[in-house]
Design a protein around this ligand. Sequence first.
Ligand code: NAD
Length: 347
Amino acid sequence: MIDKNQFRGHEQLAYFHDKKSGLKAFIAVHNTSLGPSAGGCRMWPYDNEIDALNDALRLSRGMSYKNAMAGLPLGGGKAVIIGNSKTDKSEELFKALGRAINSLNGAYITAEDVGMCEEDMMIIATETKHVAGLPHGDHASGDPSPFTAKGIYNGIKAAVKYKLGRDTLEGLTVAVQGVGHVGRYLCEHLHGDGARVLVSDIVQENLDYAVEHFGATIVPTDKILSVEADVLSPCALGAIINNDTIADLNAPIIAGGANNQLANDSHGVRLMDRGILFAPDYVINAGGIINVCGEAVGDYDVNWVNEKVENIYNTLIHIFERSDAEHRPTNIVADEMAEEIIKNVKA
Ligand code: NAD
């Protein structure tokens, strides 16, 4: 029943059922070698407990890799609440989750993820101090999107330097899928650097903003992945690199913020075979968790955060070099580098 592949070196798995509030949640702690585990809390209408459990296991392991590659003193963890974020939210439910997190004595630090909002996090924070990404309070770091976008911009520059031998983005074309929180800040950097920006979105208002402020050109949503560009930057949805899209990709670089861009690991091989340089998503989009970490581990210091966000450039160059040297895809190389970082700290 349980996908055994999702159990890989996890340290702790807890199930919480609070009958009064209706809370049903899993908290998975994958690894704490580098520090307390951290990762967002997701609220999703899973069909059953097993699906929720597998998601918690998969996502918590992903957070270990992401935090390790970002150079953070954090391990990987994740909380998932089984419920509909539109109809099942209540103060009692989030307080019960706060008590659940508190019972782990700091082994897991939570933050916002799909289905959750700042108000929910503030309620959780009334029961536990192990919450980050709060809108206000002593060390509140606020919206992580500008930091995520800055990291992606640094990552795009690394990919452009490595693949095209160029130091700036001036005169290059970058196609951005999704101009929401992250995409919009990213376009600002790209435009500021003299890049030509192509955008697609399903919300007209977001497109209008990009046209007005960054001189962007609109591309229909069903054309953005195949449009000719120097860089394709997916900043909307996961699994957009799949069997249906991979043959039509028309950019030598894929570097964007969306989580889980490859439908599965084998698509990394296919990108490599096509000569397309892929910046592993969890490495390039780590700016947000870096900022949250700044809040979670002590006195928030924006210089510390910016230094780590800048370093995404170097981390990606290492991945690209090793991928080429070993002729293995960047997504697999990134996973291995993360595992090495975690293993070495244990030794
Ligand atoms: P968002 O919801 O603000 O923006 C997503 C945008 O994509 C929206 O404008 C939406 O209309 C658009 N969109 C949806 N479907 C689309 C489609 N088919 N074609 C084109 N556009 C489409 O989300 P966000 O916070 O900007 O995050 C974007 C991505 O980055 C997500 O995958 C998220 O998980 C990931 N991410 C975000 C952060 C962060 O700091 N916000 C950090 C790490 C990863």
